[in-house]
Design a protein around this ligand. Structure first.
Ligand code: UD1
Ligand code: CA
Length: 452
């Protein structure tokens, strides 16, 4: 069995925030979500999150994706692991990760599980030019790991050690469960250190090794907002490089923010100042221009999106969107549509090859194929209490400045004259005109202008 424990009970004082540290976002996703995404890429049988500060928020976010253990008082990393111990499988291996280490990749987690096959404990280390406040890895003359000493407990010689403890380990469950009780809080911080297990295991003649991570930056922890920014830059670069290598053009990748869970197809072109957050899929040959914000959307092939916002919506192939369009609330746009400037659509289904070029609101609507919306059409879907539906048939032509007061149906091949306020259904093939007849008063215009 493979288990994982993620420690996320700490407050994160140095973030200077009311939000628990692991809920701070990187590319639109809380740090703890990054850890879980990478964990989910390797096979594990159980993932246990140890939570304390801001537990409600974290639980609310992760829901039933993981198991939870609670640490009500933060008495150290060893104490945190003790809270999860009852939920571990009796045999197998457990990887220990931190909620505030969002850069750790799935390959590293897999490598740890595999490396621990013939060991009882594997410690992941890194070599830092400035080992700062990290725990130091102390080795004996034969280079075997002897112990980990916390920064605050280091003597002078130990302070000079450049090999540090990343805080990431893999344990044999049996041994972890058996010996974790032996950790004491007899140290400078009066905390229960998980790091003490190195010495404890060695005293029981168990097999311990320390192996070092290939990319030091992968194990960077986030303690303050500078670290958060550094982690974001690292992750952003990693994600963008992956897509560049798979055939995506970035005009300026430093200014393009693609979430971990977004997938991009070949020949996508991404301009700077765009944000793709949540779970998006962007189809082949689609171009997204500056000022676009796209969240949880499925976008087809050869779509052009210009300075627009699209959330929780689906767009077909060869659609032109924007500039300044807003699609939201499970809107579904079929192939070949044109959605122009200052158009908002909410919970609308639009058939193929329709056109909605300017200044229009379409909400709670079912629209057919080849429908033309003039400028300034409004589906009047809300009476102050309830929302109502608008239905429009294929090939219908809705003139400019039309109000469609829902619930309402406009038939196939129906035409609505410009400036109409429509509150009765329009049958197939009919034309509706709902406006007062015009009266021309001879000469009155000139008289009015001269008076001014
Ligand atoms: C720990 C290691 C140190 C290592 C460093 C790497 C110990 C004693 N020290 O130190 O050797 O170099 O990580 O970053 O393990 N947490 C809890 N409950 C607690 C305490 C911590 O959930 O009671 C969580 C925190 O939320 C955090 C993580 O564990 O995500 C690390 O805790 P932190 O106090 O930052 O450990 P360090 O002092 O950095
Ligand atoms: Ca830390």
């Amino acid at each position: 069995m493979r288990n994982a424990i993620v420690l996320a009970a700490g407050k994160g004082t140095r973030m200077k925030s009311s939000l628990p540290k692991v809920m701070h976002k990187i590319l639109g996703q809380p740090m703890i979500g990054h850890v879980l995404t990478h964990l989910n890429e390797v096979h594990t049988d159980k993932n246990i999150m140890v939570i304390g500060h801001g537990a409600d928020l974290i639980q609310d976010y992760l829901k039933d994706q993981v198991l939870f253990a609670f640490q009500h008082e933060q008495k150290g990393t060893g104490h945190a692991v003790m809270q999860a111990i009852d939920q571990l499988d009796p045999t197998g291996d457990t990887v220990l990760l931190y909620g505030d280490c969002p850069c750790v990749q799935s390959e590293t987690i897999e490598w740890l599980f595999e490396s621990n096959k013939d060991f009882d404990l594997t410690v992941l280390t890194a070599f830092f030019f400035d080992p700062a406040k990290y725990g130091r890895i102390v080795r004996d003359k034969k280079q075997r790991v002897k112990k980990i000493v916390e920064y605050k407990d280091c003597n002078k010689a130990e302070l000079n050690i450049k090999e540090i403890n990343t805080g990431i380990y893999c344990f044999k469950n049996e041994k972890l469960i058996k010996h974790i009780k032996e950790i004491t809080d007899n140290n400078a911080q009066h905390e229960y250190y998980i790091t003490d297990l190195v010495e404890i295991f060695l005293n029981h003649e168990l097999k311990v090794q320390a192996i070092s991570v290939k990319d030091n930056e992968e194990v960077m922890g986030v303690n303050d907002r500078q670290d958060l920014l550094n982690a974001q830059r690292w992750i952003q670069k990693k994600i963008n490089n992956k897509w560049i290598d798979s055939g995506v053009t970035f005009i300026n990748p430093q200014g393009t923010y693609v979430s971990l869970e977004t997938t991009l197809e070949e020949d996508v072109v991404l301009y700077p100042n765009i944000y793709l957050e949540g779970k998006n899929h962007i189809g082949k040959g689609t171009t997204i221009r500056p000022g676009s914000f796209i969240v949880n959307a499925v976008i087809g092939d050869n779509v052009n999106i210009d300075a627009s916002r699209i959330t929780d919506s689906t767009v077909g192939n060869k659609v032109n969107i924007g500039p300044y369009a807003h699609l939201r609330g499970h809107t579904v746009i079929a192939d070949g549509n044109r959605i122009g400037n200052f158009v908002e659509m909410k919970n609308a289904q639009i058939g193929k090859d329709s056109r909605c070029a300017h200044l229009t609101y379409i909400g709670d609507a079912e629209v057919g194929e080849d429908v033309n919306f003039g400028c300034g059409v409004v589906t009047v879907n809300y009476d102050g209490k309830n929302k109502f539906k608008t239905k429009i048939g294929d090939h219908a032509f809705i003139g400019s400045n039309v109000n469609l007061i829902a619930p309402i149906e406009v038939g196939t091949n129906a035409v609505v004259a410009a400036g109409s306020t429509i509150d009765e259904d329009v049958p197939d093939n009919d034309m509706a005109i709902a406006r007062q007849r015009q009266v021309n008063k001879p000469g009155l215009g000139l008289k009015y202008i001269e008076k001014k």
